[in-house]
Design a protein around this ligand. Structure first.
Ligand code: LGT
Ligand code: MG
Length: 369
């Protein structure tokens, strides 16, 4: 008998969405934003006898959009073809505007669908993607502008003590205070650890350029969003005229492949950042990885460390992932199966199918919105 052209269609039977708002452990701010809670939108997809889990960090409006727009687009489609569902979801939001909430909604569903496929195959997700490294290197990230210098030193120094030898702090809220804060951070982490700064687009071009040389005195080797990431010429200026050895990074607001392509074509970054909870899930993240191979910068994952783990171990041009304080805390609170850092990296548990995560439903309930 002729072999069927396609494996048996396994319909996506159910898609459940829920949202949880988790207060921060203390008030937090960066150069251009302040917050006291974080909302996570979780998607669970079901097919056969398997249930999967994906998510995004986004407003609860994202959950509403998944309910009203995406669920019906995805239900009944083949659980073995997340790429097909991705294309259908992109098509469905055409008139709503793809960036922002729509892209985050697609990301949450896409990550749940890849997880579902891996679980149907009884495979760890990293094996489905194809593993190219044993563990995903991470950098500790926090150092909020709302922190006292003592708290900044305790947090960054703590990560280095744990074996995480790269740390990132926020700057840009008070440019006058930044040199002193950077000096305090360097003092806490010692000479060897890598020190990253993130201005979240707070500076003007000239201000950023001047401060870059000041930060270089404390051996800062990563300057993220020194100017707005919409100012591609400004990023390029910093990249060309800033201190040698200081990398310029951006990309966290990338919602589709075209955004990343423009950023790379402008020569705006030494390292591209992408966030699978925003850029179209794992599908969009691997698109960003492919662009990095064409344009040559390495790729770094923004936020959501547990979600990025399978992709971070499978994407070829990948350098490291952000071990963001808020998200590391939330993921440990809400999920079972979250690995702890070991020697500055996270390693997937190959005994667990899919992304290895399961929702601690009882614990999560208290934060439901
Ligand atoms: O690189 C980062 O982690 C940040 O740019 C953030 O995303 C963070 O400060 C915060 O503003 C957020 O979660 O939006
Ligand atoms: Mg950032």
């Amino acid at each position: 008998m002729k072999a069927p052209r396609r494996a048996a269609h396994t319909p996506i039977a159910k898609l459940t969405v829920s949202a949880y708002r988790i207060p921060t452990d203390q008030p937090e701010s960066d150069g251009t934003y302040a917050w006291d809670s974080t909302t996570i939108v979780i998607v669970e997809a079901e097919a056969g006898d398997r249930r999967s889990l994906g998510y995004t960090y986004a407003d609860e409006a994202t959950a509403k959009l998944i309910d009203s727009k995406l669920r019906d687009v995805v239900l009944g489609r083949d659980a073995f073809s997340p790429n097909e569902s991705f294309a259908a979801m992109v098509q469905a939001v055409r008139n709503l505007g793809r960036p922002g909430i729509c892209a985050m909604a697609i990301s949450a569903v896409d990550t749940a669908l890849w997880d579902l496929k891996a679980r149907l195959l009884d495979l760890p997700l990293v094996r489905l993607f194809g593993q190219v490294r044993e563990a995903m290197p991470i950098y500790g990230s926090g150092g909020f502008t709302s922190y006292t210098n003592a708290k900044l030193q305790e947090q960054l120094g703590g990560w280095v003590e744990q074996g995480i030898s790269r740390v990132k702090m926020k700057i840009g809220r008070d440019p006058q205070a930044d040199p002193e804060r950077v000096a305090a951070a360097r003092e806490a982490i010692g000479e060897e650890a890598a020190l990253f700064v993130d201005a979240n687009g707070a500076y003007s071009r000239k201000q950023a350029l001047q401060l870059a040389y000041v930060f270089a005195e404390w051996d800062v080797n990563w300057f993220e969003e020194p100017v707005s990431s919409d100012d591609l010429d400004g990023l390029r200026l910093l990249r060309d005229d800033g201190p040698p050895g200081m990398e310029i990074a951006a990309g966290e607001y990338g919602y589709d492949i075209t955004y990343f392509q423009r950023m790379l074509a402008a020569g705006a970054v030494d390292v591209l950042q992408a966030d699978a909870t925003r850029c179209g899930g794992y599908t969009g993240f691997f698109q960003a990885a492919t662009l990095c191979e064409a344009y040559h910068p390495p790729l770094s994952a923004h936020c959501a460390p547990a979600l990025h783990l399978p992709a971070g171990c499978a994407a070829r041009p990948f350098r490291h992932a952000e071990y963001f304080h808020d998200h590391a805390r939330i993921e440990a609170m809400l999920f079972d199966g979250v690995p702890s850092p070991n020697e500055g990296a996270l390693a997937p548990d190959l005994a667990r199918p899919g992304n290895g995560l399961s929702l601690k439903r009882k614990d999560a309930e208290a934060f439901a919105v």
